[in-house]
Structure formats: structure tokens, C-alpha cells
Design a protein around this ligand. Structure first.
Ligand code: GTP
Length: 597
């Protein structure tokens, strides 16, 4: 394809502003997918995405668009996730395209992730076309939002495209704007092959699938190619474009985006950001690589059933291929046995991975307390990173502890400002800035990340009835008075529940934790003390009283099948429990005990 007939773009938006709906309309209007095959949210292929209505993995689709100028253009759309945890995927896919549609909900206006995403697009050198969506809503105020885009982002929005992705209004104008206002890719067909590895994932039927953007040269089916970082060489078995299902193609030229399979066995060989070239007569200089993702939240994942360790390892390896930002290593816990210590970009990312393991691979998991990465400065002058509170060194050797801090930007309607300030203050925040854009306040806080990873986002949403938006980035490390709090159930320490907390907040957290656990742990035949402790000192204590009756007692005299059913039900319920000494703790208790009210 001629370069000037290609447009590569992504859609950036705050969550729920209608990015996926717009993508669906573009797919539909260009006839890429026949109407009868159209499903809502075409690009969100995973069940879990559809259920939660969020886009997790960046996906891509190739559209053919006969424009008003008489030419048929190839439009490659890369869909990007909108949530703060997935900013890394956004920055990655941005590098493979030249322009962005900036979708802003015309009734809501600019939100925290609108800002974060648009800055990434600007960093990647994109041309940006503002699109005001949901103009069908009575509350839509396109003129005001246009002005807001200019004031807050500094982007000329005078010729923003007004659309309703839901009704289809204005979609043809979006297609024309893509062709007219976004730049064509550049590249040299005669130069040695230089392609960017944009993404890779594991497919049950095809094995490892690699998404590429060709910069220079031509890639053909059957070519032998080399990954420049790992030096691995492969023969290309299959070259395809995504429409959005795979359609085979013989070659991909400069500016084109597609996928290849090459009997790649080693998942490690497909490093996102790597440069792919020909084995012979390849290019000399690789593309600048992507910054590797830095996980900021760690937690342990253990199978409820110890026999499921091998299936879990398998599933985690596969998932990790689909998600370059997720890290894992083996871990053993005194109470939980073998499992994995995993690193995530944030708490939502953690929940998504856990859900996928449970649903797609059918493994019941125990998630241990999420922890950020602490810097432990030892008296001998060395520093070690702490990913797991269980590894906390003996305090007599520790000089001081530093924790990560973030700069959080929160946008919120005026009437909720007070609640937000209180929430941030309660979480040891320091206010850095407060300004207004119309009826909305923009608050900037310096916060410890450890106060944010548990449930900050949930709290933020609930105190503002969902009207606040939030974005953050890590600014650095600072010393504070941090201690390790352990939890003892029936006098046995449960290492999976130990966590690092600020000393001033420890009593409160300890109390909340033991109260929660008292509700979450079912009664046993004996009394169970539940305690929170720092070092040897107990800071909170509750006692779970003993159960009085056998569950089957109430069926006394009833028929045997009913009794059997009840026992079976009990047994099934037990599968989701874990034995600690003499006590069984339900799987759900591990994550729920950590939520603060
Ligand atoms: P993420 O994928 O989670 O980032 O969200 P998104 O930006 O893709 O939003 P999505 O397309 O899922 O739309 C969010 C909600 O807004 C859905 O309930 C849509 O039906 C609705 N919506 C999208 N476009 C319009 C529109 O033009 N008008 C109205 N009234 N609703 C719309």
C-alpha cells in the first residue's frame, strides 16, 4: 500500500467517555464487520472486559475507508486502555501510530485521564483531533467543553468533531477528519527491514502471536527474521492483518500494522519494544526501545488447593506473555505453601489478573496483602528493596525505611471537594495545589502510595458518587515511621496478612482488620482469638466465639438425601477455604480484610 493512503491512529479518552463505542461505529461504518456479526464492543474481546466494560489490552483493527477524495485509505486503529493502571500500554501503542482521536464526553468534560492520555499522545509526537462525544445527551455542552479543552489542555478545539457514538451521528466526519487531519506514516520501502514489536500474546491455537508495525522495508511470509534484543531468529509462518479477526496477507510494507506467527516457543523472545529485522542484510540500528514497565504493587498469589500449583504456574506464564507489565517469581509462605509473588501496575491491574486466572484458568486463589516497594536502608549502609512484608529484616539492623510517594491529580465537582480533601488528609496526604476549571476543582496531592493501593480508588468513587477522576504518578521515595504489622489467628501468625503500615495509623488499621476478620472467618467448634501485633506487642484483639450446633442438626429427622446435600454443599464451600493450624479461613477474607471503611 502507498504510504499516503495509510493512516495509523489511536483513540485516547477518559474511561467511559465512549472510546469503545466509537471504535465499534468506525468498524461498522467501514463495513469491516458485517452488521449481522457486529457485537457491542468488538475490540474488547475478553469476557472480563465485556463484563466490566473496560478495555484492558490494547487491540488493533484495520479498516478500509473510501474517502470523499475518491481514494480508499487503510486506517489502522489501535485501541488503548483508559484506566490509570494501564498507562504503560497506552504509551507503548502510541509509539506505533502517528495520530490520536481525543474523545471527550461533551456532558462531562476533561477528566484526569483525559489529561494523562493526551500528554502521552503529545509526547509521542501525535497530531490530535478532538472529538466531542455524547452530544445526544441533554446535558451535553459542546461549546463549554471546547473552551475547556483549550483552557486546560491548550489544544485548539475550534474544529472539534461533534458526534454521538451511540446513535452514529457524526461518524462520517470522524473518518474524513482521520484522513484529512492526521499525517500519513513515513518509511522507506527499499531500506532494510525495521519493524517494531508492539505487543505479543499467547493464543491457544496459534501459540505466540506478535503484533508489529513496519517502519522501513518489507516483511514477507516465509522471511527469516531476527529479534535484535534477544538475537533469536525465526521463519515467519503466517502474516496477517486484524479485521479484527486475522486475515492472511503476503507482505507488510512501511507504515503497516499486522501480526505474525513464527512457531515462537520462548515467550521471552518477544520483548515489547524490540526491533525485528531480516536475518540477512538486516538494519544496523535498532529503534529506541520502550521503557520497561515498573510494577508498583506486589502481592502473593497462592492456589487454595496446593495441588493446583502446577496449573497456576502454567496459567501465570501464559498470562505474563499477554501482559508485559506483569511480573512474577516463585514464593513460599509458611502458611500458604508454594505460590508466586507478582508485581502489578496498580490495584485494578491486580484484580484483573486475579480474575482472569480464576475464570479463564479456573484456579481458586488466595491473594495476600498488596504491598508497595519499600527501600530498607541498613545500618551497614546498604539498601534493599522490600517487595514482601514477610521478608522484613530484623529491625536491629535497619537504619530507616523509605516509601514511594505519588503526585495524585484529582478532578471533582465543587460540592464534593470537602470529602476529597478529608479523604486525602486521612491518608497522610499533603495538599500541593488546588485550582478550578469551571465547576470542577482540580486538586493535587502528595500521597504515600501505600495508602492508595488498598482501596483509595473505591473510596474516591463512593464519596463522590462516581464523579471524581483520578490519576497519579510516582514522584520518589521518602523516609517515614513505618512498621510491620502481623496478624495472628488462633495464636498462629498468618504471614499472608502481614503488612507495612505507618506507626500512627497502625492501631486504627489493626483494629479494623481484626474486626473484619471476626466477621469473615466462620465459627469453629472452639474459640478463636484474632490479634494484630507489631513486633511482640498486640495492638488489637477480638475473639470469635465457638459454634454451638452442628449444621446438620437442624435436619435431624429429615431425609438422608437432604442431609447429604448439605454436607456436600459444605464440602464445596470448603474448597475455597484454607487451613491455618486448626482454623479455616475463607479465600475472600484475604482481600476483604484489607479494605478500609
Ligand atoms: P473504557 O473502554 O472502559 O475506557 O470506556 P470507553 O471510553 O470505551 O467507553 P464505552 O464506549 O464503553 O462507553 C461508555 C458508556 O457510554 C456506555 O454505556 C455507552 O453506551 C455510553 N455511550 C457511548 N457513546 C455514547 C453517546 O454518544 N451517547 C450516549 N448517550 N451514550 C454513549
Amino acid at each position: 500500500t502507498q504510504l499516503d493512503l495509510i493512516r495509523n491512529f489511536s483513540i485516547v479518552a477518559h474511561i467511559d467517555h465512549g472510546k469503545s463505542t466509537l471504535a465499534d461505529r468506525l468498524i461498522q461504518l467501514t463495513g469491516t464487520v458485517a452488521d449481522r456479526d457486529m457485537k457491542a464492543q468488538m475490540l474488547d474481546s475478553m469476557d472480563i472486559e465485556r463484563e466490566r466494560g473496560i478495555t484492558i489490552k490494547a487491540n488493533t483493527v484495520r479498516l478500509e475507508y473510501p474517502a470523499k477524495d475518491g481514494n480508499t485509505y487503510i486506517l489502522n486503529l489501535i485501541d488503548t486502555p483508559g484506566h490509570v493502571d494501564f498507562a504503560y500500554e497506552v504509551s507503548r501503542s502510541m509509539r506505533a501510530v502517528e495520530g490520536s482521536l481525543l474523545v471527550v464526553d461533551a456532558s462531562q468534560g476533561v477528566e484526569a485521564q483525559t489529561l494523562a492520555n493526551v500528554y502521552q499522545a503529545l509526547d509521542a509526537g501525535h497530531e490530535i483531533v478532538p472529538v466531542l462525544n455524547k452530544i445526544d445527551l441533554p446535558a451535553a455542552e459542546p461549546d463549554r467543553i471546547r473552551q475547556q479543552i483549550e483552557d486546560v489542555i491548550g489544544l485548539d478545539a475550534s474544529d472539534a468533531v461533534l458526534i454521538s457514538a451511540k446513535s452514529g451521528l457524526g461518524i462520517p466526519d470522524v473518518l474524513e477528519a482521520i484522513v484529512k487531519r492526521l499525517p500519513a506514516p513515513k518509511g522507506d520501502r527499499n531500506a532494510p527491514l525495521k519493524a517494531m514489536l508492539v505487543d505479543s500474546w499467547y493464543d491457544a491455537y496459534l501459540g505466540v502471536v506478535v503484533m508489529i508495525r513496519v517502519m522501513d522495508g518489507v516483511m514477507r511470509k516465509g522471511d527469516r527474521v531476527r529479534m535484535m534484543q534477544t538475537n533469536a531468529v525465526y521463519g515467519i509462518d503466517r502474516l496477517s492483518v486484524l479485521k479484527p479477526q486475522m486475515v492472511d496477507i503476503d507482505e507488510l510494507g512501511p507504515g503497516e500494522i499486522g501480526v505474525l506467527t513464527a512457531s515462537i516457543k520462548q515467550v521471552r523472545d518477544t520483548r515489547v519494544g524490540d526491533t525485528i529485522t531480516h536475518e540477512r542484510k538486516g538494519c544496523e540500528v535498532a529503534l529506541p526501545g520502550f521503557k520497561p514497565a515498573q510494577p508498583v504493587v506486589f502481592c502473593g498469589l497462592f492456589p487454595v488447593d496446593a495441588n493446583e500449583f502446577e496449573p497456576l504456574r502454567d496459567a501465570i506464564e501464559k498470562l505474563a506473555l499477554n501482559d508485559a507489565s506483569f511480573t512474577y517469581e516463585m514464593e513460599t509462605s509458611a502458611a500458604l505453601g508454594f505460590g508466586f509473588r507478582c508485581g502489578f501496575l496498580g490495584l485494578l491491574h491486580l484484580e484483573v489478573v486475579r480474575d482472569r486466572l480464576e475464570r479463564e484458568y479456573d484456579i481458586d486463589l488466595i491473594t495476600t496483602a498488596p504491598s508497595v516497594v519499600y527501600h530498607i536502608y541498613m545500618k551497614d549502609g546498604t539498601m534493599q528493596e522490600l517487595h514482601n512484608p514477610a521478608d522484613m529484616p530484623d529491625l536491629t539492623y535497619v537504619d530507616h525505611i523509605e516509601e514511594p510517594r505519588i503526585k495524585a491529580t484529582i478532578m471533582v465537582p465543587d460540592e464534593y471537594l470537602g470529602d476529597i480533601l478529608k479523604l486525602c488528609q486521612d491518608r497522610r496526604g499533603i495538599q500541593a495545589d488546588l485550582s478550578y476549571a469551571g465547576q470542577r476543582a482540580m486538586v493535587v496531592y502528595d500521597l504515600p502510595l501505600n495508602e492508595v493501593v488498598f482501596d483509595f480508588y473505591d473510596r474516591l468513587k463512593s464519596v463522590t458518587k462516581g464523579y471524581a477522576s483520578f490519576d497519579y504518578n510516582i514522584t520518589g521515595y521518602r523516609e517515614d515511621f513505618l512498621v510491620k504489622m502481623s496478624v495472628l489467628v488462633n495464636d498462629e501468625p498468618v504471614d499472608a496478612l502481614s503488612m507495612m503500615v505507618h506507626r500512627d495509623r497502625a492501631d486504627m488499621r489493626g483494629r479494623a482488620m481484626v474486626e473484619k476478620l471476626k466477621e469473615l472467618i466462620p465459627r469453629h467448634m472452639f474459640k478463636i482469638p484474632i490479634q494484630a501485633a507489631i513486633g511482640g506487642r498486640v495492638i488489637a484483639r477480638e475473639t470469635l466465639s465457638a459454634m454451638r450446633k452442628d449444621v446438620t442438626a437442624k435436619c435431624y429427622g429429615g431425609d438422608a438425601t437432604r442431609k447429604k446435600k448439605l454436607l456436600e454443599k459444605q464440602k464445596a464451600g470448603k474448597k475455597k477455604m484454607r487451613q491455618f493450624g486448626k482454623v479455616e479461613i475463607p479465600q475472600q477474607a484475604f482481600i476483604n480484610a484489607l479494605k478500609m471503611d
